[in-house]
Design a protein around this ligand. Structure first.
Ligand SMILES: *Cc1c(COP(=O)(O)O)cnc(C)c1O
Length: 228
């Protein structure tokens, strides 16, 4: 199957309201161009440098897309990140939010952000602990920042073999999402719940995701994975 066919098939299979973020890590410019021509609208990148390179190489096409940062953002890369990204999905502390806001103000660029929830509480992973009060506190702090717009929550879910095992974690993230939304923090429009990847997106959608991040099912295995 071609990238184009894979994309179109998944687009048909999942509900229209679900946004697809194309996880572009390790992919070539040609692969990305193919998925754009099939209708892709959002590119997700893990690294600022790769995103910058891809952005430049795509020329005019790049400006028609939405660019989402889905990898953890180092403070010393914020300026560069803001030149490419429209949305940072990986805010996991008030400090990081404030640092992004300060630089966004200098660039006069209002930036969308998501709070990343470490739903499995795994030590090696980024994200805020799945503690509702803590997440709410960060959300309130973000709501006071003039150059950030809090629009969603993101989670990786636990990296488990059977995606069915991720279901309770997705469910819990949805509960946090709904509760936070119902709190009605002013200046916050919580719209997106970004969860689910190639092996788990169907389950994530069943549990309330309206944004999924897909790499392998669209592009095939990453070449580094083939060596394993
Ligand atoms: C790579 C990546 C994805 C997509 O992973 P696949 O399993 O290839 O679909 C989604 N989210 C993040 C944060 C990623 O780094």
């Amino acid at each position: 199957m071609s990238i184009r066919k894979n994309y179109l098939q998944i687009r048909r299979e999942i509900p229209d309201y679900v946004k697809i973020v194309l996880a572009a890590k390790m992919r070539t410019k040609e692969e990305i161009e193919e998925v754009i021509s099939a209708g892709a609208e959002i590119i997700g990148e893990n690294y600022v440098y790769e995103a910058e390179k891809l952005y430049i190489s795509l020329g005019e096409d790049a400006k028609k897309l939405e660019w989402h940062m889905i990898g953890s953002l180092q403070k010393n890369k914020i300026n560069k990140a803001l030149k490419v990204f429209d949305c940072i999905q990986t805010i996991d502390s008030t400090e990081l939010a404030e640092a992004v806001d300060k630089r966004a103000e200098r660039m006069d660029k209002v930036t969308s952000v998501f709070i990343e929830v470490n739903i499995g509480s795994e030590i090696t992973k980024c994200g805020v602990k799945p503690d509702y009060e803590m997440i709410k506190r960060i959300a309130i702090e973000i709501s006071k920042l003039r150059y950030l717009k809090l629009k969603g929550l993101m989670t990786m879910g636990p990296r488990v073999g059977d995606p069915e095992d991720a279901r309770p974690y997705f469910r819990k993230t949805k509960e946090i999402f709904d509760k936070l939304k119902d709190t009605g923090i002013s200046n916050v429009d919580l719209k997106y719940l970004s969860m689910g990847m190639s092996n788990s997106y169907k389950i994530a959608i069943e549990e309330g995701a309206n944004m999924v991040r897909l790499g392998t099912v669209i592009f095939g295995k990453r070449s580094c994975d083939l060596n394993n």
